[in-house]
Design a protein around this ligand. Structure first.
Ligand code: HEM
Length: 464
């Protein structure tokens, strides 16, 4: 199909970007997926960019594809979502995330689900629920850290972000048997989303489809139980979790709710735990940034004491974490948690003299601008201070897209930034840490630390 499409475009005299379509069927998918550090673009892209420039054609995931390392084209694609472009995730991803998942929905239904999620994670709820809950789960978690014993940081970050999401989605508490059951199911589901999509018995992909079905059944049961409680007048949760909020504010059925839940767990758990782990990794090599972070957070705590406030962080305290936000921005730039997204042209599109034929896939690679030396001086360097000056520059909008942009931008970006900052607050106030083994994050579906980033901590006590 890809080759036929390519031939048709030639016949129509279109100016398709240069590139190679690779092998029949497989195209260049294997080379595209080859592991490389997430702080680089990898050999496949670097070689193609040297040969063909920032916009080139290929054959990926079974479709003729334009790969874009061009920041302007990436922005053009995202700003024309729903008009010239639509989502086009590989079938394996869309099947596992569900047909009513936000990543694949378009039009009215996408807008509806998006507005539910954005409202659910709006500033009011961040202040009222997520901030206090994040702090609670983070402190509960860090309190258990033992000195001088190596442990994987990723696992700890995952516990925090998972607990936060299930508490706010389903009012489930950490450590309860039902929460643990859901966590295990979710882990199998997650492995399948990123695995090679081979739907055979015993494969990660098959296990994930089974986990998905079980999670959906659990959702259905929880929904029925809540409806029953509402009828009996014994529901105490009301709209304080997503399930209650959806029951009051929408008419989603159990499957739609299940897909929304999986999407938020998937979107909110793996990404932010990866971001926290990446910050721990980058900071371990940048003591000056840890020192400056520590000063910032000590000052926040002292100011609270001076004002006679209780120790819990408030939204106003969070807003004081300016250098921490620079650390967050730099972690997301260099870590490239979502390296690229999948779209396809819903009509013939022209850009910079090139034609992108209707039906072709396009992969905007956000990481390309994040690592471009003409945009970010010394791009391989973890340099949070660069954000103290960049923030006023307009270049940032085009060249910095860790959360995507436009219609389909991240619904949880404020939550994510807050979670990372609150984690940093308690981390730098309570611990020094070092990496115990080399473990570089590799660009898999998400950046992945092969060993989960083993670290060793030392407790410090700087606030009397
Ligand atoms: C550092 C952490 C995060 C990063 C880097 C990130 C990144 C992204 C990106 C790049 C997109 C755009 C996908 C596209 O264009 O197709 C996206 C969408 C989305 N994200 Fe996030 N995200 C993060 C955290 C979260 C959190 C905490 C949540 C919520 C719990 C969340 C929920 C979503 C949802 C629901 C969408 C789909 C929006 C839509 O289709 O309109 N994300 N995220």
């Amino acid at each position: 199909l890809s080759l036929r499409n390519n031939e048709n475009s030639k016949k129509r005299g279109l100016n398709i970007p240069p590139g190679s379509m690779g092998w029949p069927l497989l195209g260049e998918t294997i080379a595209f997926r080859r592991l490389h550090p997430c702080t680089s673009l990898g050999e496949y892209m670097e070689e193609r960019m040297r040969k063909y420039g920032k916009i080139y054609k290929s054959n990926l995931f079974g479709a003729p594809t334009i790969v874009s390392a061009d920041a302007e084209l990436n922005r053009f694609v995202l700003m024309n979502d729903g008009r010239l472009f639509e989502p086009s995730w590989p079938k394996s991803v869309s099947e596992i995330l569900g047909k009513t998942s936000m990543l694949v929905l378009t039009g009215e239904m996408h807008r509806y689900m998006k507005s539910l999620s954005v409202n659910f994670m709006g500033i009011a709820r961040l202040r009222a629920h997520f901030l206090g809950d994040s702090e609670l789960y983070i402190t509960q978690n860090l309190r258990r850290w033992k000195e001088n014993i190596s442990f994987p940081a990723k696992e700890e970050a995952c516990k925090v972000t998972f607990n936060l999401m299930v508490k706010n989605i389903l009012s489930m508490s950490p450590g309860e048997p039902e929460t643990e059951k859901l966590r295990k199911l979710y882990m199998s589901f997650m492995k399948g989303v990123v695995a090679f999509p081979l739907n055979l018995p015993g494969t990660a992909y098959r296990k994930a489809t089974q986990a998905r079905a079980t999670i959906l059944k659990t959702m259905e049961r929880l929904m029925e139980e809540r409806i029953q409680k509402k009828r009996e007048g014994t529901d105490e949760i009301g709209e304080s979790d997503l399930l209650g909020f959806i029951l009051e504010q929408s008419n989603l059925d159990a499957e739609q709710f299940g897909d929304l839940l999986l999407g938020l767990l998937f979107g909110g758990h793996e990404t932010s735990s990866t971001a926290i782990t990446l910050a721990i990794y980058f900071l371990a090599d940048c003591p000056r940034a840890v020192e400056q972070l520590r000063d910032e957070h000590i000052e926040i705590v002292k100011a609270k004491k001076r004002r006679g406030e209780p120790p819990a962080l408030t939204w106003e305290d969070y807003k004081q974490m300016e250098f921490s936000q620079c650390v967050v921005s730099e972690t997301l730039r260099l870590g490239n948690i979502i390296k690229f997204v999948h779209r396809k042209a819903s009509t013939d599109v022209q850009f910079k003299g090139y034609d992108i034929p209707s039906g072709w896939s396009i992969i905007p690679v956000f990481a390309a601008a994040h690592l471009d030396p003409s945009v970010y001086e010394n791009p391989q360097k973890f340099d949070p201070w660069r954000w103290q000056t960049i923030s006023t520059s307009t270049a940032r909008i085009d060249n910095y897209m860790p959360f995507g942009q436009g219609l389909r931008n991240c619904a949880g970006l404020e939550l994510a930034k807050m979670e990372i900052a609150v984690f940093l607050h308690h981390l730098v106030l309570n611990f020094d840490w070092e990496l115990t083994e080399p473990d570089q994050p590799l660009a898999y579906a998400f950046p992945e630390f092969q060993k989960g980033l083993p670290i060793k901590v030392r407790k410090i006590s700087i606030i009397e």
